[in-house]
Design a protein around this ligand. Structure first.
Ligand code: ZN
Length: 64
């Protein structure tokens, strides 16, 4: 099973973060270091806007 960055995949890139058992071509989704920073920055920015809806601590997932 390959763990790919869902954000990179959405951007048209296929970034394998790591592989895990079982060894096959199935895909699991994770997030790369680059996009962790992007998501954290977006969360911080939305907190600064009082009118923005609160998203809590849930990490947003791209729509498949
Ligand atoms: Zn990524």
């Amino acid at each position: 099973m390959k763990v790919v960055c869902a954000w990179c995949q959405r951007a048209g890139r296929f970034v394998v973060l790591r592989e895990k058992e079982p060894q096959n071509d199935e895909i699991s989704h994770g997030i790369c270091d680059e996009h962790v920073l992007v998501v954290m920055n977006e969360a911080r920015r939305s907190e600064a806007h009082v009118s923005a809806p609160a998203r809590g601590s849930v990490i947003p997932q791209p729509v498949a």
